[in-house]
Design a protein around this ligand. Structure first.
Ligand code: UT7
Length: 330
């Protein structure tokens, strides 16, 4: 019997747009304060993409960095999985647009829509394809231009989100990379976090625009409680399925939605876990599917993730959807 094929992360990259929007800037736009945003969320500033800068552009930039780190040329890429809830268009997929700008001539690709849990869903799917032997590598991207679907008159949401992209290169390996992946959804809670109009259920009309239904809507307080419980459950299950204990986790890279959510999950996971958490939400806010891959790439660049480390990623978002993934770093 031949040895099992594993899917290992061999390169990471990220891209953040140049424009910084601070809490002080938001104070001038809606009825909020820097103090409220910092104490309720931990966010200090976020990045906003330029008018002519799109999800595919940011995804391409993050991919170039990840490919360079992986020492892979665009022509070597076999598959492109893009997690996004803000695609350039309904179709063609953002993956097609990235394939073209990268010059990834041999790659197929498609988008995965699972809001903030999207990157872990994409990593799972791409990882399974690599492990099956059907492909030898895959580019897994999380990219979002949330500023395009943010209601800049609503303080309930506009202080939370930002733009950016992260990417990881998965490659077939004889040593474990992805050690476990636990995913879940509960569509009964779909209305907690959604963009109600613009799809076939409520096609865009003057009325939907007037009611601002083409923007993100969120039941924040309700979402908060479920986020903590599901992220905790996903983290515990992913750790157990990897055959590890919480003490074995070297670095935790959570979805960067709210510092209070991350702290609550880390505290419930166990003593000292918070010290092992990588955080960048103070600088980016919630970038949905881009959140974990940006943090992963920054953690690698900062030398916080090293060879042999067990890295726990955990996410939660619209769907509702969630995921926990344990990766052993090569
Ligand atoms: O990406 C994954 C999915 N999303 C999340 O995980 C987000 C989950 N939810 C949250 O992070 C938090 O619920 C929020 C940050 C959205 C809100 O924090 P909260 O502590 O749950 O506040 P709240 O919604 O209970 O609101 C408390 C008060 C309200 O005023 P009253 O009713 O107490 O008078 C709000 O109107 O804060 C008010 N408020 C604000 N005040 C100043 C809401 N937004 C703002 C704001 N500035 N931006």
């Amino acid at each position: 019997m031949s040895a099992p094929i594993h899917a290992a992360i061999v390169g990471t990259g990220h891209y953040a747009p140049a424009r910084v929007l601070t809490n002080a800037d938001l104070e001038k736009m809606v009825d909020t304060t820097d103090e409220w945003i910092r104490t309720r969320t931990g966010i200090r500033e976020r990045r906003i993409a330029a008018d002519n800068e799109f999800t595919s552009d940011m995804g391409t930039a993050a991919s170039r960095m990840a490919l360079e780190q992986a020492r892979l040329a665009p022509e070597d890429v076999e598959a492109i999985y893009v997690a996004t809830c803000t695609p350039d268009m309904f179709f063609p997929s953002t993956a097609c647009l990235i394939q073209a700008t990268l010059g990834a001539k041999r790659a197929y690709g498609f988008d995965i829509s699972s809001a903030c849990a999207g990157f872990l869903m994409a990593l799972d799917a791409a990882g399974a394809a690599v492990e099956s032997g059907r492909i030898r590598n895959a580019l897994v991207i999380g990219s979002e231009k949330l500023s395009a679907v943010t209601d800049w008159t609503s303080r309930n949401t506009c202080v939370l989100f930002g733009d950016g992209a992260g990417a990881a290169v998965l490659k077939a390996s004889d040593r474990p990379g992805i050690r476990s992946s636990l995913l879940g959804v509960d569509g009964n809670l779909a209305e907690f976090l959604s963009i109600p109009a613009g799809g076939c259920r409520q096609p865009t009309s003057e009325e939907t625009v007037r009611q601002r239904l083409h923007y993100m809507h969120m039941a924040g307080r309700e979402t908060f409680k479920i986020a903590v419980n599901t992220m905790l459950g996903a983290a515990q299950e992913a750790i157990a399925r990897a055959g590890l204990t919480v003490a074995d986790v070297d670095v935790m890279v959570p979805h960067q939605a709210n510092l209070r959510i991350v702290e609550a999950v880390a505290k419930r996971l166990g003593e000292g876990v918070m010290e092992r958490v990588f955080l960048n939400l103070d600088r980016y806010g919630n970038t949905s599917a881009a959140s974990i891959p940006i943090a992963l790439s920054e953690a690698v660049a900062a030398g916080k993730i090293r060879s042999g480390n067990k890295v726990l990623m955990v996410a939660f978002g619209g769907g509702l959807s969630w995921g926990g993934t344990v990766v052993e770093w090569l």
